[in-house]
Design a protein around this ligand. Structure first.
Ligand code: NAD
Length: 503
């Protein structure tokens, strides 16, 4: 593993390369994105093998969520690169009249990307695409918790990319600590809120801006009178079909009415059995838990007395093979362990709610959660908004409903990094949408053009000629000049002047 001295030298080398202007040209950016495409196309097998070894991800999932996702981001960046790099012309006002102005996207310099293990390929390379497209030199730190993918990535990136400007540093906390001592022009971090705080504190010493892609408890609100079979399938897809729930935007808990909960459990159970069979621990279509630490953490959540007797589906564990069956817990109390930390695994609690006059109760909880408006009688589930907002802002929030008013209220009322209505997790795949958290779930965003923006400075450039240099702006500030200024402001002379000059 690299020492602090070696890391400092690597960062200095990158700074020297960036200073030469090498990474700024369209040609360099394009060549690096194409090299990444070539790497993926030619070495797909090795990448998939590493993902299988680290996470036992089903090949379908690994291919779709890692290979296809990165290729698609890369293609999108290549298709739009020229346009993203083009300075944007903007209209000017009286303040600078006569003038022209542009916003010039400028690379930030040398950036650090620190990533996590759950999508170890995607979550390292997706930000890299933005960093390269924006013309930066980059240090990448893959997660040591997915060692096979970390090794393959460092080997392949060294082989395919321009190593004078893109460097991979493998390692764990000591290496990250040493990297965080150095000055960067941006730090892009994906991981836990706990380490996010460490990253932000270190960045503050150098006034380095950060993007923090963190996690949280993403709720799913399920309304009554909807197609529960489709709802169940889409919840399963975003939960157990995404790395066995080890996904930052996986449904973390469900909020629904007592009446709807039993039907939902039935729908989930029947679909889960269809997808993963009667012995889900043996299913080839369900990823394993990443390691024994996470397995023990999840087993502890399940072992909590507060949810004893509440497992309505699944609950089987296989410690030797690090496997946990899809598990549904009905009526998880608010003070249970599972409702008080991000689950990040294949357990899904359902919280049921009911309305009692104007007070919203969580079923089976001895205390009042929040006071609702009188309006809440119209639709009980609207009160879930207050329940969600009483927690830290999640990375994602989901709603299944046919009720248009409820959709509007949910979008307007719930504070979350992102949302999907009648879907889960699919918002991540859309290039047109920014992806990122808010509050405890993070700051900043990326994907598509937002990735380019995340690694660019928008430099405003104002230009004027030497004509039209009015004496009115310069001292001495005579009463006549003040009078002229006031007349200009009151009669909207600027518009008249522009019209006269045909501007
Ligand atoms: P983590 O914070 O433990 O690790 C992330 C990175 O930080 C790793 O590269 C690791 O080497 C480094 N690190 C760990 N401890 C450190 C320390 N003490 N000092 C300095 N660096 C340290 O997170 P994790 O377990 O890898 O990931 C799980 C979390 O990431 C979950 O909360 C999940 O929701 C979140 N996540 C978010 C996104 C997103 O896009 N928003 C995506 C995936 C995961």
């Amino acid at each position: 593993m690299a020492t602090a001295g070696q890391l400092a030298r690597a960062a200095a080398d990158l700074r020297a390369i960036f200073a030469t202007g090498k990474t700024r040209s369209f040609e360099w950016r394009e060549s690096q994105l194409k090299a990444l495409q070539e790497m993926i196309a030619c070495r797909e097998k090795e990448i998939l093998e590493a993902l299988r070894s680290d996470l036992n991800k089903p090949e379908y999932e690994a291919y779709l969520h890692e290979i296809v996702a990165v290729s698609s981001s890369c293609n999108f960046a290549l298709k739009n690169l020229r346009q993203w790099m083009t300075p944007e012309k903007v209209k000017t006002s009286m303040a600078s009249f006569p003038s022209s102005a542009t916003i010039v996207p400028e690379p930030l310099g040398v950036v650090l990307i620190i990533s996590t293990w759950n999508y170890p390929f995607l979550l390292l390379l997706d930000p890299l695409i933005g960093a390269i497209a924006a013309g930066n030199a980059v240090v990448l730190k893959p997660s040591e918790v997915a060692p096979a993918t970390s090794f393959v990535l460092s080997t392949l990136l060294r082989e395919y990319m321009d190593t004078s400007a893109v460097k991979v540093i493998e390692g764990a906390t000591p290496q990250v600590t040493a990297l965080l001592e150095l000055k960067w022009d941006k730090i892009f971090f994906t991981g836990s809120s706990k380490v996010g705080r460490v990253v932000m504190a270190a960045a503050a010493k150098h006034l380095t801006p950060v993007v923090l892609e963190l996690g949280g408890k993403s709720p799913v609100v399920v309304d009554s009178d909807i197609d529960l079979e489709v709802t169940a399938r889409r919840i399963i897809s975003g939960k157990w079909g995404c790395n066995a729930g080890q996904t930052c935007i996986s449904p973390d808990y469900i909020l629904t009415t007592k009446a709807c909960a039993s039907q939902l459990v039935e729908a989930l159970s029947s679909q889960l059995e269809k997808f993963f069979g009667e012995e889900p621990l043996r299913s080839n279509d369900l990823a394993s838990i990443i390691n024994s630490n996470h397995f023990e953490r999840l087993a502890k959540l399940l072992d909590d007395d507060k949810i004893a007797g509440k497992v309505v589906y699944g609950g089987q564990l296989d410690g030797a093979n690090l496997r946990i069956a899809p598990t549904v817990i009905l009526d998880a109390p608010q003070d249970s362990l599972i409702m008080n930390e991000e689950i990040f695994g294949p357990l899904l609690p359902i919280v049921t709610v009911k309305l009692n006059d104007h007070l919203l109760y969580i079923c089976d909880a001895p205390y009042i959660v929040t006071i609702c408006s009188v309006d809440s009688k119209v639709n009980k589930l609207e009160d879930c908004i207050s329940l969600i907002n009483a927690r830290e802002k999640p990375l994602a929030a989901y709603l299944f409903t046919n009720n248009e008013r409820f959709k509007e209220e949910f979008v307007r009322g719930v504070a979350a990094g992102g949302m999907a209505i009648n879907e889960t997790a699919l918002q991540f795949a859309e290039h047109a949408l920014p992806f990122g958290g808010v509050g405890e779930s993070g700051m900043g965003s990326y994907h598509g053009k937002y990735s380019f923006d995340a690694f660019s400075h928008k430099k405003p450039v104002l230009q004027r000629g030497f004509k039209g240099d009015s004496a009115a702006r310069y001292p001495p500030y005579t009463p006549e000049k003040l009078k002229f200024l006031k007349a200009l402001m009151s009669r909207n002379m600027f518009r008249i002047l522009r019209a006269m000059l045909g501007l």
